[in-house]
Design a protein. Structure first.
Ligand code: F6R
Length: 243
């Protein structure tokens, strides 16, 4: 695993955006796995700026969603699909048919999970997966004690993650959906390159556990230690507990 420490969130966003642009220069139709939440926003902003300056060509890029709330009505503004349309597809000019994601409002969410794993495989697999990290070490919505070989599946969020995400639901944890569809840890590990971005002091403990802790399902992000090409980009605050 390589660890890159940058000064702040903006520098992390720029660094990761450059990695995505380099990949697209080599492979214009690369499948880029994207996360939601606050952390990747500077990446998407930097990529949009690079595209405007002609430094990144996203015209053939394909996008794959990491996780999704289950049970929100289609088009709900806080569904991760809606968020990614606003933050990634529209600003980067990527058409909807280049976007893969699980159907969070499916009547049969278990079938939707299996269908998404099949769709990812049929698309040739994810070339670069961008990850954030939860304060408890979750990646995607694989909460502590998720199997490290898990596939895309339905999961129940912990109260801690619902509290962390309440800011997107009027600061009311009770409005945060209880269930999610997430790529499994095993699914995530199949991406060719994993790039985990962590910013802010609140992530420092989780980053230290990811990089220097034991490989354990109690910290799902520690599974990055198993991957032959994993990069952790942390700002100084998020890296502050590394030895
Ligand atoms: C979201 C996701 C989550 C977040 C994590 C950190 O798609 O996969 O694992 O990356 O909860 O969220 P932020 O970036 O909001 O701190």
């Amino acid at each position: 695993m390589e660890v890159v420490i940058v000064e702040n969130a903006a520098a992390g966003g720029a660094l990761v955006a450059e990695a995505v642009a380099r990949l697209l220069a080599r492979r214009p139709d690369a499948l880029i796995g994207v996360a939601t939440g606050s952390t990747p926003i500077p990446v998407y902003a930097a990529l949009a700026a690079m595209a405007r300056r002609g430094e990144a060509d996203l015209s053939r890029a394909r996008i794959a969603q990491l996780d999704e709330y289950a049970g929100l009505p289609p088009g709900h503004p806080e569904s991760y699909r809606s968020v990614l349309v606003r933050q990634v597809l529209e600003p980067l000019g990527i058409p909807a048919d280049s976007f893969l994601g699980p159907d969070g409002s499916a009547d049969d969410p278990v079938a939707a999970c299996a269908a998404y794993d099949r769709a990812l495989a049929a698309a040739g697999g994810v070339d670069l997966q961008l990850l954030g990290i939860g304060t408890d070490g979750h990646i995607g919505f694989n909460e502590p004690c998720s199997s490290l070989s898990s596939r895309t599946r339905l999961k129940t969020l912990t109260e801690r993650t619902r509290a962390d995400n309440a800011r997107f639901f009027g600061d009311d944890p009770d409005r945060v959906p209880r269930h999610v569809i997430t790529q499994g840890v095993g699914t995530i590990l199949e991406a060719r390159h994993l790039v985990l971005l962590a910013t802010g002091e609140a992530k420092a403990e989780a980053v230290a556990a990811t990089v220097e802790g034991p490989l354990t399902a109690r910290c799902p992000s520690s599974a990055l230690q198993l991957h032959p090409h994993a990069t952790v980009v942390a700002d100084e605050a998020a890296a502050s507990r590394l030895e």
